[in-house]
Design a protein around this ligand. Sequence first.
Ligand SMILES: Cc1ncc(COP(=O)(O)O)c(C=O)c1O
Length: 380
Amino acid sequence: MKIPFNKIFFTGKEIIYISEAIKMTSVIGDGYFNNKVADFLENRLEVPKVLTTTSGTHSLELAMLLIDIKPGDEIILPSFTFTSTANAILLFKGRPIFVDINPATLSIESKEIEKKISEKTKAIMPVHYGGIGCEMDSIMELAHKHNLFVIEDAAQAVGAKYLDKPLGTWGHIGCYSFHGTKNFISGEGGAISINNNNPQLIERAEIIRQKGTNRNKFLKGEIDKYSWVDIGSSYVPSDILMAVLYAQLAAMDEIILKREIIVNHYIKRLQPLIGRGSLISMTNIPEGFKSNYHNFYIVLRDEQSRDNLINQLKIHGIQSYIHYLPLHSSPMGRILGYSPSDLPITEQIGATLLRLPLYTDMTIEECDFVIEKLYDILGG
Ligand SMILES: Cc1ncc(COP(=O)(O)O)c(C=O)c1O
């Protein structure tokens, strides 16, 4: 049996909606399916405004422009994240301040964040790792105490909740990704949510997304020509891609449930292996979290055990992947002045975490095949 790491799931509606988008030739840019996706997410997330974007990366950049990041502003984030979280800060000459993660959730928490707050801190950027995420109640409390913006990197957390509130909607702005590796995909794509009903902020987001113009007002018929009114960029996705995404989002509950069944199966069957051999821990969903089951990971005793396991699984036709190489100890992190020992938990997790195959249409038989090989290899 060959078990890929990921397999894209299509609902069957994508092709129908793509052809509808093409037939509506009047607006193939910010058109019908862009609005359908934005309306769906506004209802689902219960936020005043969602704007679709070209990627999770661009959502983060748009967020930085919205909070008016200035050179030298410090923004607190994990090092255990994708480069886009930190690049969004650096692109505008801000300073990424990395904090260590909680080993139970692999996300950052208020206790460590507070230690890094200075008079230059402008914002906190929590990243919701693997669709589980951060304890946002205490992070928001801290942010209010210090008058900081909170920009949630919820790239992996669409459909996930903490204390029954969607991740991405706790802070001022939420950033989401629909990249081909996510639960709900358009190949490339993203969204940003403005979580407070702040008309000026919403209008500015629309302007920045539309190349610094008030084209949105023009499209709504509020003005008869549009002009350049602010800085901006090109963050509007094609309606064809949003047609694909709308088909996916409409199946959100079904997709999450299918993934939940697989993750719960992994957890149940691998539990007896924990603490035996080199297996230390695995995905853990603490109380209060409703995961979207974006990934399933195990943590090995050391890097060598992890790398050996990757090779042995490969021999059996099973693809598995490491995850983030910590940003603080990357070549760029070192240029910024960090050294590996600054964040020991992140460093350890980066070297020992392994993601196992998980995709929406994975069968229990495929999952059992992976589990059996793990028992064979890890000696359970
Ligand atoms: C935590 C995190 N932030 C940001 C991104 C960037 O998203 P995108 O690939 O849509 O630009 C990713 C994704 O891949 C991610 O995992």
